[in-house]
Design a protein around this ligand. Sequence first.
Ligand code: F6R
Length: 610
Amino acid sequence: MCGIFGCVLNDGSPAAPLIHSSLKKLEYRGYDSVGIATLSDGKIFIKKDQGKIDEVDKILNLDDMPGSIGIGHTRWATHGAPLKVNSHPHTDCTGEIVVVHNGIIENFLELKSELQNLGHEFVSKTDTEVMPHLIEENMKRNPQLSLEQAVLESLKRVEGSYAFAIISTREPDKIICARNESPLVLGVNHKGVFCASDIPAFLDVTNKAVMINNGELVILDASGYRIKKISDGTAVTREPITVEWTAEMAVKQGYPHFMIKEIHEQPEVLRNTLRIQDHYLDLLSTFLDRANEVFFVACGTSYHACLAASYMFSKLSFLPTFPVYGSEFVEQCGKSVSIDTTMLAVSQSGETADTIAAVTCAQQRAATVLSLTNVIGSTMTRISRVYIGTQAGPEIGVAATKTFTSQLSVLAQLALKLSKKRGKISQDEIDCLEESLQKLPDKVETIVKTQEEKVKQIAKKYANAKVFFFLGRGISTATAYEARLKLMEIAYIPSIAFPAGESKHGPISLIENGFPVVFICPRDETHKTIIGNIMEMKARGAHIIAVVEEGDVDIKSLADDYIEVPKGIPSILSPIAYIVPLQLLAYFVALERSLNPDMPRNLAKSVTVK
Ligand code: F6R
């Protein structure tokens, strides 16, 4: 997730100060590097560097650039570390074609090597850089092509998601934009036209917006905007709408809180995790393949992702893995770490002090440290041997939601990759799991669309409960722990989570009439046994709230309330779907209790002290 902005001003005023202030409003989409390019007297001017916008501005004075046309970018690194060289804008070999991009070009390696063979020189590690070179190549091959035609030709080769804004000295009066799966919106007023990843970028300047759809190309110039279909170039007529949002509402895209916005972003985020370059998964799984045992180290929600992953790796790749809390690692395992140890550290922020301390301990004892994080450029990416990004984009709500499901998706892909390497499960099973992974974003979308109202009603019913139980078996134990953490941290209801089988060994003594017990019940090998566990709880007066597979009449008939998840999700992937209604439950219970879910008391997004 990055933010792009561009403007064509028709009153001769400089574009750079507006691009700068608009990028500040998009900083919530990414903030590890920033860059601006403007066009003046047929020349390109570029300023860019790694760092937050204010830091870079202090050094480069971003406002001081000539020209009334320009584009800008605030970055959240996915391909290539947050370094100046990887910051947008990116240019072709001649420096005449300049591109900013939000999204992921899936086939960039293939395009890059093809272009390199044709003599193009690349300077960055980004996927984006292929685009200016593709346009350059198309214009070289066919000098009659206009910039617009060359962009269209180039888009034919690009696979993946994008919102592009492109300027060139060859046609210095315009910006060309294109969209596929990454957001793009136009703003218009009497002073000019603007393109951006999101409305807040220009809301100070205008509240007249034009939404751009997937598969559309836009030409912005002093006369306004023209929209065309990328597929066949036909013109599209679309009038601006008036946006009634305040700036604060706009950043949250109309949602009342970041947490609910981020819960709703999960289908898109999961789609992005499926675009991770195969060679990263391959590299990490090669390290895991060499290991006899692996420590998964993390805190909080990330620890729950590790717990789920331990089931995935055992079942799919027959690899024993040990989830350990970052804060306990040194005491619990420190002395047993050696050159033969492999650690996979998982952290959204990449800065959690306890996880970093565990990584440091492992490094000092010559272990191999791999990591999974959402923040490329964080401490964790700098100190681990190999890392992989979770592609979730910045998460602002304190409670982790989309980063949890994105971690799970990447971990599942890694486990599958290793499984293939080790040949431990049949090809049919692998094909089936891969297909299920591809379908998961749509299934999560269905859950959010169809179950939200129901969850709201359940939240109303139980909002005054004094305590909650969350129970699951097998991999659903991890879902139970995570659901309990969500409810506890934002709704302040003391909650207990256990593997359902363990509940008989003590916790069941707490149960009395009306005690809410949430059961996570995918239709997997644990299904029969969990019915027994539900019966035990019911017999003692518990109120059963079950998260079940659609059409699971056995459990639905036992439950006081139930939430349904679409059919056909394999057990190993079930936490990715089954956690979603429980994130919603925590959110709506917090609202019922008049709490702000985005800012739970005593908590910080990133815990950088031990
Ligand atoms: C819970 C939550 C925290 C974090 C934990 C680890 O909703 O967000 O429990 O999961 O502080 O943070 P990272 O993943 O940044 O290491």
